[in-house]
Structures are given as structure tokens and as C-alpha cells.
Ligand binder design. Structure first.
Ligand SMILES: [Zn+2]
Length: 518
């Protein structure tokens, strides 16, 4: 099997996404996670641009990686300056990263409008910079910026830029769709042309952005045309519409195109790794993401669920276990006992025919009242447990009270008082919070972590409220969806009531009870 290598740019290109910011500590965790996944190159950023980056490179010198090689990112030398006198280039050759990734121009429009150098000078800038890094003992990847737009404009000049890097000793020339607007057929053609011209001398790579929603397709088209290195970010982080999503590209390369990319076990860690990276970046994992999303193998309709139960290939493009995901059979009004059975099996519950029948009836009745379990599988599992007889209540509620007080100076204060029994013991707890749900959560947790300390680590990661029938004004039904995480798993719960506090309470209790069951 032929090898294709992955090159992750989360720590540089990925940081361009809105709200993306990682501490040095978090960046090191990203590096460790990518290394464990088997990513071949990890681009750590510009070694010089600020003290945070400098510290990262210092710390990376102490990290031992099993699979990955660190790359430092920089630009070709400035015009009218010798490579060895260019300060940024000097910093790159002096840093710990064995690989230097140098970005350079390959499109006349940029030479004219942005950096104002002649085509000849640009070729010299590329060649000098690559040669300097090679002399100083670095391996070099050359990123040909705007390559595809340049190729459309003047194919032979774009290829000359790639050739200049290859002749100067770059081991890889990566063709970039920097503006992200190209389509797969053209990307494939242009890549094939470069491979035909330079393929004997240098490895060709691909770097795409998702502005036309083709970053993954463009990467795969380039590989089919002979590229053997794919740059991108796990989960597609990046500015504008993001970079090519390695979480989709990796399984496609390995399971569909038959390339050797990472080990089978590493591929099976893809879903948890993708979710972990989201966790580090403080993002909620996209439930609808291909391969790694919670809904990626979720089947709704009764017929689909029955088909999957008979033979998964009927409605699935690959085995979810191969990418570390699970089959998730969504309950819905259409589902029958077969769905309930599959769902119970997944949760490791034994449920007999009679109990399955009761669960179907209850499910239908609840869906009628506004419950929607597709986004709340943990609440659904609790319902199944109750019917199967394996539900353990976490506590008994005596009462709770929440007050919110607004002062003349604008301050708002919220306090919750709760009385519960946990394992027969009575607890009275009072807590303040930044809102009623937060205060209730803190008061309740204050009571139960005494007995069950592990429930203290659960984080409520997402809280969504929807009014189901606005025509009734304040009498409308409120539906609350709550996502929780313990750092490894995430689960969704639901509450429905005319009262928003009651709906939130229900979702909160389900969240903690779900974590409590075993
Ligand atoms: Zn980029």
C-alpha cells in the first residue's frame, strides 16, 4: 500500500479561526494528541513571532514524540535581503524543529499587487530561502501559496515556482488553494500537471481551504492525481470557512482509497481525538460532522433502524467502529420495538419484549408533549433503564427554591436552596450562581458530591432553550437541551415544561443521573 502523509496546521492556520486561542500548555496537549493519532507532521507555528511561540518551541524541545515531526513555519526571504541576513529565516534555522515549512508566492497578481517584486526576483527568493535552510541542516517543505489561482493565470510560471523550490532542495512542494475557491476537477488537473513535471524530483503535497466547501474533495482529488502529503486541521479549524478537515480526509484515504496513512488502532481513536481537540479549543463538537459526529451513524426512521439491525451495510457507508464512532439508532415517533431493542443493547441493558413495548408507548406519549430524544440520548437511556428495571435514582428531592433579585444599581443576584436525600442522608444546601440554573446546579452538586465526588467534574457544555408553541404566550412549552461532558464522554439530556426552571432542572438531573448509572 502506498503511503500518504498528514501534515496538521492547527497550531498555525487553525488558530486563524474566530475565537481560537490556546495556551502553551494546551498547544502541547494538541501536539500529544496528534502524535498519538499518528499525524506525520505537526506545524507548531512561527518560532519568532511572539514570546508565547518562543516558549512553545522551547517546551517542544523537551517533548518526545512517537510518530510526529515538528515543523516551523515561515516565509521566503524578503526582497533585497540575502537569506542569511533575513532575521525571520535565521530564527527558523535556529529553532528545534527539524522541518522548515516556507511559504512563497506563485501567482503574478500577488507579485504585482502585494509584494511588488518581479517574477525573476520571486524565483530567486524561493531558491535562496530553501537553499539556506537546507545548508543549515533543515528539511524543507515549500508551500506554494495561491498555487491554483496562479496556475490558472500562468501555468508555466506557477510550475517554475514549484521547480525553484525543488531544485534548491525542498523535499516537498505543497500546492495551496489559499483562497479556497477552486473545485476538485481543476485541482486534480493542476496537481497532475505538477506531478508529471516534477514528480521524479520532489514529493507533491496539497493544502486547501474550504471556502467553496470543497477542501476535503480537493485534497482527495489532489491525492488521486499523485499528491502524497495532505495539509489540514483536524475538525477543519481555520479562518473564514476553515482548512481541509483531516478528520474526514484520513478515513477517506485509508478506508476508501486504500492508502497507508496511520495504524488501524490509531484510526479507531479518530472520534475521541477529534472531540478532545474540540474540548481543548473550547468548541462544541459538531454533531453532524461526517465520520466523527454524534449523528454520523444515527438512524432515525423505523425502516432504517430495522435495516441496520438486520445488516448495517444497508444504511451505513462504513463501520463506525473503524473510526472510533458508534452506531446510534435515534428514537423517534416512527420507531418500534426493534429500535428500542438496539438502543438498549448499545447501552448494555437487557430489555424484554414487554418492557420494550412499554418504552415505545412512553416514548410516543412524551414526544407528543414535546420531548425530542434525538439530541438527548442520555435522557432516552434513562427512560429505557426505568423500563428495564436497572435505573438507580441518585437522590430524592424534598424541595428547591430559586430566587433572583435585581437591585437598583443593576446588580442581579441569584440564590438556590435545595433539600434532598442522598443515600438516606438529608442535605440542605444553599448556593449562589450567575443565573437560576447555575445556582441550582451548584446547590444540588454541593449535596451529592459528598457521597459521589466524581460527579463534581462534570461540566455543562451547552444549554439551549426553545419555546415550542409561541401562540400560547407565557403558557408555551419550554424545551431545554443540555450537553454535558466529563472530559472523555459527552452526553445530551432534555427537559420539557411550561416553566423554564422546571425544564432546566429536569435536564440537569438527567445529566447527573446519567453519569451516575453503571
Ligand atoms: Zn492555509
Amino acid at each position: 500500500m502506498e503511503q500518504v502523509k498528514l501534515y496538521d496546521t492547527t497550531l498555525r492556520d487553525g488558530m486563524g479561526g474566530p475565537g481560537m486561542s490556546l495556551s502553551v500548555e494546551e498547544k502541547l496537549k494538541v501536539v500529544e494528541a496528534l502524535d498519538a493519532l499518528g499525524v506525520h507532521y505537526i506545524e507548531a507555528g512561527f518560532p519568532s513571532s511572539n514570546p508565547k511561540e518562543a516558549e512553545l518551541f522551547e517546551r517542544l524541545a523537551e517533548v518526545e514524540l512517537a510518530n510526529s515531526t515538528i515543523a516551523a513555519f515561515g516565509m521566503t526571504r524578503r526582497r533585497d535581503v540575502a537569506a542569511e541576513d533575513d532575521e525571520a529565516l535565521r530564527t527558523i534555522v535556529e529553532c528545534v524543529a527539524p522541518v522548515a515549512c516556507l511559504v512563497g508566492k506563485s501567482w503574478g497578481l500577488h507579485l504585482e499587487k502585494v509584494i511588488r517584486v518581479s517574477p525573476e526576483e520571486n524565483l530567486a527568493m524561493i531558491a535562496d530561502s530553501v537553499a539556506f535552510c537546507r545548508e543549515q541542516g533543515k528539511r524543507v517543505v515549500f508551500d506554494a501559496e495561491h498555487f491554483f489561482d496562479g496556475y490558472r493565470d500562468d501555468a508555466s510560471y506557477a510550475i517554475d515556482c514549484a521547480r525553484a523550490a525543488a531544485n534548491a532542495g525542498a523535499e516537498n512542494v505543497t500546492l495551496c488553494d489559499t483562497n479556497g475557491g477552486n473545485l476538485p476537477e481543476f485541482v486534480g488537473e493542476a496537481t497532475a500537471a505538477v506531478v508529471a513535471e516534477l514528480g521524479d524530483a520532489v514529493e507533491v503535497g496539497i493544502h486547501t481551504h474550504n471556502d467553496a466547501e470543497c477542501a476535503v474533495a480537493n485534497s482527495l482529488a489532489a491525492v488521486s492525481a499523485g499528491a502524497r502529503l495532505v495539509q489540514g486541521t483536524v475538525n477543519g479549524y481555520g479562518e473564514r470557512c476553515g482548512n481541509a478537515n483531516l478528520a474526514s480526509i484520513l478515513p477517506a484515504l485509508q478506508l476508501k482509497l486504500g492508502f497507508d496513512v496511520v495504524g488501524d488502532e490509531q484510526l479507531e481513536s479518530l472520534t475521541p481525538t477529534a472531540h478532545y481537540l474540540d474540548e481543548l479549543c473550547n468548541l462544541t463538537p459538531d454533531a453532524d460532522a461526517p465520520y466523527v459526529g454524534r449523528n454520523a451513524f444515527a438512524h432515525k426512521a423505523g425502516m432504517h433502524a430495522a435495516g441496520v439491525a438486520a445488516d448495517a451495510r444497508t444504511f451505513e457507508h462504513l463501520d463506525p467502529a473503524a473510526v472510533g464512532n458508534d452506531r446510534d439508532v435515534l428514537p423517534s415517533e416512527l420507531s418500534g420495538k426493534a429500535t428500542i431493542r438496539t438502543q438498549a443493547e448499545r447501552a448494555g441493558l437487557e430489555i424484554d419484549d414487554e418492557a420494550a413495548g412499554r418504552a415505545v408507548t412512553r416514548l410516543k406519549e412524551r414526544e407528543h408533549r414535546g420531548y425530542h430524544y434525538e439530541a438527548a440520548p442520555a435522557s432516552f437511556e434513562l427512560l429505557l433503564r426505568e423500563e428495564a428495571g436497572s435505573y438507580r435514582p441518585l437522590f430524592e428531592l424534598e424541595s428547591f427554591r430559586v430566587t433572583t433579585e435585581k437591585r437598583a444599581d443593576g446588580r442581579v443576584e441569584t440564590e438556590a436552596t435545595i433539600r434532598v436525600r442522598v443515600d438516606g442522608e438529608r442535605y440542605l444546601r444553599v448556593a449562589e450562581g450567575n443565573g437560576p440554573v447555575n445556582a441550582l446546579d451548584r446547590a444540588l452538586r454541593g449535596a451529592i458530591v459528598d457521597r459521589y465526588p466524581h460527579l463534581a467534574d462534570i461540566e455543562l457544555t451547552n444549554y439551549k432553550v426553545r419555546i415550542l408553541d409561541e401562540s400560547h404566550g407565557t403558557g408555551a412549552i419550554t424545551r431545554v437541551l443540555l450537553d454535558s461532558s466529563d472530559g472523555e464522554r459527552e452526553w445530551g439530556t432534555i427537559g420539557v415544561s411550561e416553566n423554564i426552571i422546571e425544564a432546566s432542572w429536569e435536564a440537569l438531573v438527567d445529566s447527573l443521573e446519567y453519569a451516575f448509572q453503571e
